[in-house]
Design a protein around this ligand. Structure first.
Ligand code: NAD
Length: 353
C-alpha cells in the first residue's frame, strides 16, 4: 500500500473527500468509510469494494493500520472526534467549522501542541490555478499595498437543504450562513489580505424558516489597514461567489464559480498601463495546480511527509472561528469588535444567542 491510509468518518461530504483521495493513489489509500448509516456508506464507496464500511468511530480509532482520520461529521461532533483521533495517535483532517467556539479551538490547540500528529482544518477553496496566480503576483511584488476587497457569497438554499435535522439550528449547525457558507470566502479574504483588525456586522433571517441567519452584511478593516466588505445570502437566484481584491498596483477579479473560486478565470488588471505585460507574464508562468479537495490533499501529503507545503493549518481554522465569533457578537451588540480575541472576550466560550 502506497502513501498514507485514510479512514473517512461521515458519508455526506465524505463522498467528495473519497473522490479526491482516489485521484492521489501514490499519496493516499482510503481503507475505511465510517458512518452510522452503513447503507449510505455502502452507496458512497460504490465500486471501491476494497474499502471497508464500519458504523462505529471507536473501531476506526483502534485500527492500527489507519494513519489519517478524516472527520466529515456534523459540526457539533467535531471537537470530541478530533480529540479522540489525536489521542489515538492519528493525523486528523476535519471539515469546517473545525469546532464551534474559540474556547474549544484553544482546547484543541493545547492538545495539538502536545501531540506528534497533525491537524488539518478543511478550506479547499484555496486550491486551484487562480489562487496560485494571485499568490505568485503578490510574491513577485506586482500587487503592492492591499486597498479594498469585496466578497460576495450569494447562494441558493431552500427547504430541501434544511430537511436534515442538524441544519438551520443553533444546536446542530451552530450558526447560519456566516459560519456554514461564507466561511470559505472569508478564509480566502484573510489568506490574501491577512488577519482582520476590526469589523461591524448585521445578520438577519429572511430566506428560510430557520433559527440561524441566512443573510449578512459585514464591514471589515484588516490588520494591515485595508478595508473589505462581505455580502452573504442564501436567497440568491443561483449560486455565485465573487471576489474582488484592489491593490495599489493591480485589481484581481474572480469569476463566479460558487464552490471553486480558484478554478474560475480571474482577471488580473495592472493599474499602470505599462505594468500589464509583467502581470501577464507572471500569470502565464504559474504552473497549473489541482483544485479543491485534490489541491488540499496534495498539500496534506507534503505536510505529512515533512516537506515544504501550503496546507491549511490549525491557526487558519482558529482564525476563521475568531471572525465568526466577532461577526455574531457585533451583530448582536450593534458594536464593532476589535480582533484578535482571547479568553477575556464576552463570546469566547460561545457565539450562540
Ligand atoms: N468544505 C465544504 O465545502 C463542505 C461542504 C459540505 C459540508 N461540509 C461540512 O462537512 C460536515 C458534514 O456535513 P454533511 O453535509 O456531509 O452532513 P451530512 O449530515 O450529510 O453527513 C454527516 C454524516 O455523518 C454521519 N454521522 C453522524 N453522527 C455519526 C456518528 N456518531 N458516527 C458515525 N457517523 C455519524 C451521518 O449518518 C451522516 O451520514 C459539516 O461540518 C459541514 O459543515 C463542508
Amino acid at each position: 500500500m502506497k502513501g498514507f491510509t485514510v479512514a473517512i468518518v461521515g458519508a455526506g461530504i465524505g463522498r467528495e473527500h473519497l473522490a479526491a483521495y482516489v485521484t492521489l493513489p501514490d499519496d493516499f489509500t482510503v481503507v475505511t468509510l465510517c458512518d452510522k448509516d452503513t447503507e449510505r456508506a455502502h452507496e458512497v464507496i460504490g465500486s471501491h469494494g476494497d474499502i471497508q464500511v464500519v458504523s462505529d468511530f471507536a473501531s476506526v480509532l483502534q485500527d492500527p493500520s489507519v494513519d489519517v482520520v478524516d472527520i466529515c461529521l456534523p459540526p457539533h461532533l467535531h471537537k470530541q472526534a478530533v480529540i479522540d483521533a489525536l489521542a489515538a495517535d492519528k493525523h486528523v483532517v476535519c471539515e469546517k467549522p473545525l469546532v464551534t467556539s474559540l474556547s474549544d479551538a484553544d482546547d484543541i490547540g493545547r492538545i495539538l501542541s502536545m501531540s506528534s500528529r497533525s491537524l488539518t482544518p478543511v478550506f479547499q477553496y484555496r486550491y486551484g490555478p487562480a489562487m496560485s496566480q494571485l499568490r505568485a503576483l503578490m510574491n513577485q511584488g506586482l500587487c503592492g499595498k492591499p486597498l479594498v476587497a469585496s466578497v460576495e457569497t450569494h447562494w441558493h438554499r431552500d427547504s430541501d437543504y434544511y430537511n436534515n435535522p442538524w441544519r438551520g439550528t443553533w444546536q446542530g449547525e451552530q450558526g447560519g450562513a456566516v459560519l456554514g457558507h461564507a466561511i470559505h470566502n472569508h478564509d480566502l479574504l484573510c489568506s490574501v489580505f491577512g488577519p482582520v483588525g476590526q469589523l461591524s456586522a448585521l445578520t438577519t433571517t429572511r430566506v428560510n424558516d430557520i433559527e440561524t441567519e441566512d443573510c449578512a452584511s459585514i464591514s471589515l478593516q484588516m490588520a494591515n489597514g485595508a478595508l473589505a466588505s462581505s455580502s452573504i445570502t442564501l436567497g440568491a437566484a443561483d449560486d455565485t461567489s465573487r471576489l474582488r481584491f484592489c491593490f495599489e498596483k493591480l485589481t484581481a477579479t474572480s469569476g463566479t464559480n460558487p464552490y471553486a473560486p480558484a478554478d474560475s478565470q480571474w482577471r488580473f488588471q495592472a493599474r499602470g498601463a505599462n505594468d500589464q505585460k509583467a502581470v501577464d507574464d507572471c500569470v502565464a508562468s504559474v504552473p497549473d495546480s489541482p483544485v479543491g479537495y485534490i489541491g488540499l490533499f496534495t498539500e496534506l501529503a507534503k505536510k505529512l511527509r515533512g516537506l515544504p507545503h501550503d496546507c491549511v493549518n490549525f491557526e487558519d481554522g482558529r482564525r476563521s472561528l475568531e471572525l465568526v465569533t466577532a461577526v455574531y457578537h457585533a451583530s448582536r451588540t450593534q458594536r464593532s469588535v476589535v480582533l484578535p480575541l482571547d479568553e477575556s472576550f464576552d463570546a469566547y466560550r460561545s457565539w450562540q444567542p
